[in-house]
Design a protein around this ligand. Structure first.
Ligand SMILES: Nc1nc2c(ncn2[C@@H]2O[C@H](COP(=O)(O)OP(=O)(O)OP(=O)(O)O)[C@@H](O)[C@H]2O)c(=O)[nH]1
Ligand SMILES: [Mg+2]
Length: 556
């Protein structure tokens, strides 16, 4: 049950995306790696083989005498000890031949190859040193120095210590107060790893004083219960200490190895501590995952606000007559003339037809100019709305580290360069669509004199004018002109096509324009949202992690 839950945690952690540069991202990414390593290097393999022999990793600073200690306990030079610092560069594993099935297969330290034979300093391999001097049920692993100037050493030592059921921590009487060993011991406390401490090279006259001092330090760091062994300074023989110098350590190890329940207790202590420390870290990791989801939502909100506003603005401005100004009005007046058109319409159609025929068919026809003026009016409206939105969303993203990370080198504070072109095309397509609508509505009326007088193009322009001023909202001066234009358009269209048809036509034209313009702005918005969607942030990841931890805590 616990194994299943922890395997699930491993999968969740491996799948957790932390792509956004939030405040918690760096620590989150570190935690993600640590949690994954602790699961893969120790917790999961240990749970899968709970009855495997106990693995005691001998760790500590360089020159402390780790290899010398292992050699002495084995009673043979299985690991080179030397004056060159650092000496040990690869792992050496000493175990009873009865336990060879456990250690010769890659169940323990699966990342390291097995070698035998002469001394090797290959950091990617573990050298196997089976020996009858090591009791069955327990293995000793000589590790490189933890504070090494050699990066590979430091990394291997860290990996080996992470895989340990127990640390046999070796330091010397002259160096035990150094900072680095204590950083490591503190991490053992955090991880809940069982620790025993060996203090090497203790001058006999200082034994009591040093023991008291070190014991006090251990207690202060939460390691008061750790067994503490002092090894007196002695002359070495064949790279080994006198056998009796390590008697207390040897008999403690033998006692541990021969007592299955004691061994199990050590494993349980370390496993329990590992799972507990995992839980705490996963909670922190979950907070980092929440942070990602929040940042994503924040960035999305900025984009949505900016572009929703742009859509609303264009929607409003394209219907409230704002477009019926300046150039458009000038072209409109050329197209219909002021007042006369209306009168002509009322007094049948004779003069009107002449006028509009000239307008529509002349070269260059005022109708084309008006269509063009409308096109550039819409284009300018869309572009300024898109520029505005890009400026707003782009600035929020620039000012937010998470957004900045998603933008990379890109600056999205302006609308895309292609927008002018796509807008012009969209407006032309809309105009063509309006003409199609007019043709459809004109079925059966095509031969009427009024229809002929305006032609499809002329009526189409009138529809467009109607669309651009349907919601009111004009200021007084403009109202007279633009409102007049729209009222006139409506009158003419109703006279030609009938009121019902005009209403339907204007509605369809309006809807189609709205759809196209919204589409243009959506494409602009997509420059931002595509980046959000490509970021592998799972919004439920934080909650899922917390649930899994709860599950693990309940099972434990
Ligand atoms: N006199 C004396 N020398 C020792 C003792 N322990 C270790 N040495 C010497 O100290 C040096 C370092 O010992 P090693 O056992 O290689 O130390 P280590 O901790 O394995 O060092 P690295 O492999 O570099 O991490 C060697 O020259 C040993 O001979 C001791 O108790 N007494
Ligand atoms: Mg060594």
């Amino acid at each position: 049950m616990l194994l299943v839950a922890l395997e699930g945690l491993g999968e969740q952690v491996a799948a957790l995306g932390l792509p956004l540069d939030t405040a918690a991202a760096d620590s989150g990414r570190r935690l993600r790696r640590e949690v994954a390593d602790q699961l893969d290097d120790y917790v999961l393999p240990r749970l899968r083989r709970i009855d495997a022999p106990l693995l005691a990793v001998v760790g500590g600073p360089t020159g402390a005498g780790k290899s010398t200690l292992v050699n002495t306990l084995v009673g043979a030079r299985v690991s080179a000890a030397g004056v060159l610092r650092p000496t040990t560069r690869g792992a050496v594993l000493a175990y009873n031949p009865a336990d060879s099935a456990w250690f010769e297969q890659p169940r323990v330290l699966p990342g390291l190859a097995r070698t035998t034979g002469a001394d090797t300093n290959d950091p990617s391999a573990v050298r196997l040193a089976p020996s009858e001097s090591i009791p069955s049920g327990l293995a000793l692993l000589d590790a490189p120095d933890i504070d090494s100037v050699v990066t590979a050493n430091r990394e291997l030592a860290t990996q080996l210590l992470a895989a340990a059921d127990m640390w046999l921590f070796v330091t010397t009487a002259s160096r035990y107060a150094d900072a680095v060993p204590w950083d490591f011991l503190r991490s053992a406390v955090t991880r809940g790893t069982a620790v025993a401490v060996v203090l090497d090279r203790v001058p006999p006259e200082a034994t009591d004083e040093v023991r008291a001092h070190l014991a006090a330090m251990l207690t202060e760091e939460g390691l008061g219960a750790a067994p503490l062994f002092l090894v007196p300074e002695a002359t070495l023989f064949d790279a080994m200490l006198p056998s009796e110098a390590v008697d207390p350590i040897r008999s403690w190890l033998h006692g541990l190895a021969s007592d299955a329940s004691l061994r199990a207790a050590v494993v349980r202590h370390t496993l329990d501590g590992a799972v507990r420390s995992l839980s705490a870290r996963v909670f922190e990791l979950a907070a980092a995952a929440d942070d990602q989801a929040e940042a994503l939502a924040r960035l999305r909100r900025a984009v949505d606000t900016a572009y929703d506003e742009a859509v609303a603005h264009v929607d409003q401005a394209s219907g409230d007559g704002s477009l019926l100004r300046g150039e458009v009005m000038a072209r409109w007046q050329e197209f219909v003339g002021t007042g006369e058109l209306m009168r002509a319409l009322e007094s049948k159609i004779g003069r009107l037809r002449d006028r509009v025929t000239a307008a529509v068919q002349g070269k260059p026809t005022p109708g084309d100019d008006l269509a063009e003026a409308l096109e550039s009016g819409v284009e300018a409206l869309v572009r300024s709305a898109a520029d505005d939105a890009a400026e707003k969303a782009g600035t929020v993203w620039r000012d937010d580290p998470a957004g900045r990370g998603l933008l990379g080198e890109e600056d999205l504070r302006r609308s895309s360069p292609a927008l002018a072109e796509t807008t012009a095309r969209a407006v032309r397509d809309w105009q063509a669509y309006v003409l199609t609508l007019v043709r459809e509505q004109g079925q059966g009326k095509r031969m009427t004199a009024r229809y002929l007088a305006f032609g499809v193009n002329g009526l189409g322009l009138l529809v467009m004018i109607l669309v651009f001023a349907h919601t009111g909202g004009l200021v007084a001066g403009e109202l007279a002109v633009a409102g007049g234009a729209s009222a006139l358009s409506q009158k003419i269209l109703e006279a030609v096509l009938g009121d019902q048809a005009v209403r339907a036509l204007a509605e369809s034209a309006r809807e189609d324009l709205r759809r196209r313009v919204t589409g243009l702005l959506q494409a602009e918005r997509a420059r931002f949202t595509e980046r959000l969607e490509a970021a592998p942030v799972n919004e439920g990841a934080g909650a899922a992690l917390r649930m899994t931890v709860q599950d693990i805590e309940d099972t434990r």
